[in-house]
Design a protein around this ligand. Structure first.
Ligand SMILES: Nc1ncnc2c1ncn2[C@@H]1O[C@H](COP(=O)(O)OP(=O)(O)OP(=O)(O)O)[C@@H](O)[C@H]1O
Ligand SMILES: [Mg+2]
Length: 352
């Protein structure tokens, strides 16, 4: 009876712990949470004030005793304590939603970046256990993204996936359930946002916040001339007078600002293809490259890559949730999970 009860209400969870966003997927329910990886802390009391959207909304607007932090940097945990608290907050929120006071500890499947060290991997496992997991499985994030994008990762076919996240770009060629060639870059979406901030400083003498720069990138950012001639007002502080000022910025200027970062991304895709075995390259030429992650939404990126690499490119459906949906698939496919999960670093919930 007890087992049936637990089996029925146990919430196995897939988590994509990203530098910019964290997503949670619950077995049989689907995507249940999609929030920025931001935490606001009161430094006087060390208490968490807000997590997710509400914490991101506070960025740049806090008094000295409140800090907004992003506990992950370039795909890996940089502040363990805050990451653990953020995860616990998200996991508890799901459990509260389930309407049961006592919920058994869930099994958690998480994605991790490719070039993660053993210590960084252990930190992810420990954070999941601290957040309440009974058991943790880790999977290479691009493999999960490929599964989420519907690619036949287990077959002997070359699949090429490029995930353009906030803190990392992961380029992977996958065949037979494993990653054959890859590159992991730390110049990703957030760096493009910084490029826009730098450009505003250099060209307009204007100091703009990260939120403003990111909005500019989303609204009018592109990698190739789209013919749309988009423009928008960008507000900030004049570096000379110290007073508020707004300038009109256009699509071409934003493209110029991000040029180097986009160039590096495309060059690394080409470099990865160059070291990929020819049989797999032939498959990739035929099947194309699939883009996932929030950066895949940058207008024209698919076309720019296709033109430069001379390979068809498509953006996965709902690219920002591909990784967590792929991890979610693994919650109901034990055989595949066993095949592709990384070996455990030995974290154990019973030791807590
Ligand atoms: N429409 C858009 N146009 C351009 N960039 C976008 C758009 N939407 C989101 N992004 C960018 O995508 C990035 C976030 O992507 P995503 O949520 O996949 O990252 P993440 O998974 O949190 O990070 P990582 O995988 O690097 O740890 C941010 O830099 C964000 O600005
Ligand atoms: Mg990601």
């Amino acid at each position: 009876m007890l087992n049936r009860f637990f089996g029925r209400f146990s919430r196995d969870i897939a988590i994509d712990l990203g530098t910019s966003n964290t997503r949670l997927f619950v077995k049989e329910k689907g995507l249940v949470m999609h929030e920025p990886s931001f935490v606001a802390v009161n430094t006087r009391t060390n208490q968490i004030l807000a997590v997710g959207h509400s914490a991101k909304d506070m960025v740049g607007k806090t008094p000295p005793h409140i800090t907004t932090t992003r506990p992950l940097t370039k795909g890996v945990i940089s502040d363990f304590e805050v990451t653990e608290k953020m995860l616990k907050y998200f996991v508890d929120a799901i459990h509260e939603d389930s309407g049961f006071a006592i919920v058994p500890r869930p099994r958690i499947v998480m994605g991790v970046p490719l070039e993660i060290t053993e210590v960084e991997r252990k930190a992810v496992e420990d954070a999941a256990i601290g957040a309440g997991a009974r058991e943790v499985s880790l999977v290479e994030a691009p493999l999960a993204a490929a599964i989420g994008a519907g690619l036949p990762v287990e077959e002997s076919i070359g699949n090429m996936l490029v995930d353009v996240g906030g803190g990392t770009v992961e380029i992977a060629v996958i065949s037979l359930g494993g990653i054959v060639t890859w590159k992991s870059l730390t110049v990703a979406g957030d760096e493009m946002t910084k490029n826009i901030m730098q450009y505003a400083r250099d060209v307009f003498n204007l100091l703009i916040g990260e939120r403003v720069a990111e909005t500019v990138k989303w609204r009018i950012g592109s990698t190739t001339d789209t013919g749309d001639r988009l423009e928008m007002e960008m507000r900030g502080r004049d570096l000379v007078t110290g007073l508020p000022r707004q300038v009109l910025v256009n699509e071409g200027q934003v493209r110029e600002a991000m040029y180097k970062s986009v160039r590096g991304l495309i060059d690394n895709i080409k470099a990865t293809i160059e070291v990929t075995p020819p049989e797999l390259v032939a498959d990739i030429y035929e099947r194309g490259i699939v883009l996932t992650g929030g950066g895949a939404l940058l207008r024209g990126l698919d076309r720019s890559i296709a033109k430069e690499a001379d390979i068809p490119v498509r953006v996965a459906e709902d690219p920002t949730t591909a990784t967590v949906r792929g991890l979610g698939t693994l919650l109901v496919n034990d055989v595949l999970l066993r095949d592709i999960a990384l070996p455990s670093t030995g974290s154990d919930s019973s030791s807590r």
